[in-house]
Design a protein around this ligand. Structure first.
Ligand code: C5P
Length: 234
């Protein structure tokens, strides 16, 4: 059963935790990204964990292998349930991330899921500043194959690419998909967008949704509408 993760893209802990509290019971995963983590640091993770949420720490590490190994080790020590790196960092960086993850896990702690970002869902054809580059979906599929080969647990890709990724990498290879919008809502800065039902139909394991939930008059009702759409898939 696919799970919804709500992106807490807020400027401070107060707003983020108020939102998380309002979603308690409807959603079990929260995502902490660059804005919130940069503002508040590790304590935001323990606050969400203390509230009973699973936490995806979405910092998209991309650096030399030694640095990424240390960053993933620290993220695992913080108790993050899921972390991510960029697939474009290549094999040595990816393998170092997996070593760092194992090093950071405390005895009895569940090992975090480590995903590789393929192509950001905000990118459309022509957005990659590389002359002659293949289209984003083609790049995403290629990078997913590499991520699998490097020993990662799965990828972040758009819902448009999930079916092909699962065919190429196997059903157990996790696909997490941002760029989710109900047919009735706008797409903001996202470009490779699908509905919750389409993402689930294509095989997505985790759907990340931010603004359509956190910007709604009733975030809990908005999250429920997304979950209803996900569950409409037979
Ligand atoms: O508000 P919206 O639903 O567009 O938020 C999507 C979230 O997913 C953001 O927090 C963004 O950082 C994240 N994300 C993404 N595309 C990726 C990886 C993460 O949109 N490839």
């Amino acid at each position: 059963m696919a799970e919804l993760i709500v992106a807490l893209d807020f400027k401070d802990a107060g707003s983020a935790l108020t939102m998380a509290r309002s979603l308690k019971g409807a959603v079990s995963w929260m995502k902490v990204g660059l804005e919130l983590y940069t503002a508040e640091g590790p304590v935001i993770i323990s606050s969400l964990k203390d509230m009973g949420f699973k936490v995806f720490l979405d910092l998209k590490f991309f650096d030399i292998p030694h640095t990424v190994q240390g960053a993933v080790r620290s993220a695992a020590r913080l108790g993050a349930d899921m972390v991510n790196i960029h697939a474009l960092g290549g094999e040595r960086m990816a393998r170092a991330a997996m070593v760092g993850c194992a090093e950071g896990v405390a005895a009895g702690q569940k090992t975090p899921i480590v995903l590789a970002v393929t192509m950001l869902t905000s990118m459309a054809a022509g957005d990659l500043p590389i002359a002659g580059a293949p289209g984003p979906s083609e790049m995403a599929l290629d990078l997913a194959g590499k991520a699998k080969q490097y020993g990662l647990n799965g990828v972040v890709c758009s819902g448009l690419e999930v079916a092909a990724v699962k065919t190429a990498c196997g059903s157990g290879f996790i696909c997490l998909t941002p760029g989710i919008r109900l047919a009735s809502s706008g797409t903001d800065d996202q470009r490779r967008v699908v509905t919750p039902a389409q993402a689930v139909r294509n095989g997505s394991d985790f759907l990340v949704v931010g603004r359509p939930v956190t910007g709604a008059v009733s975030p809990k009702a908005a999250a429920s509408a997304i979950i209803d759409d996900m569950r409409s898939v037979k």
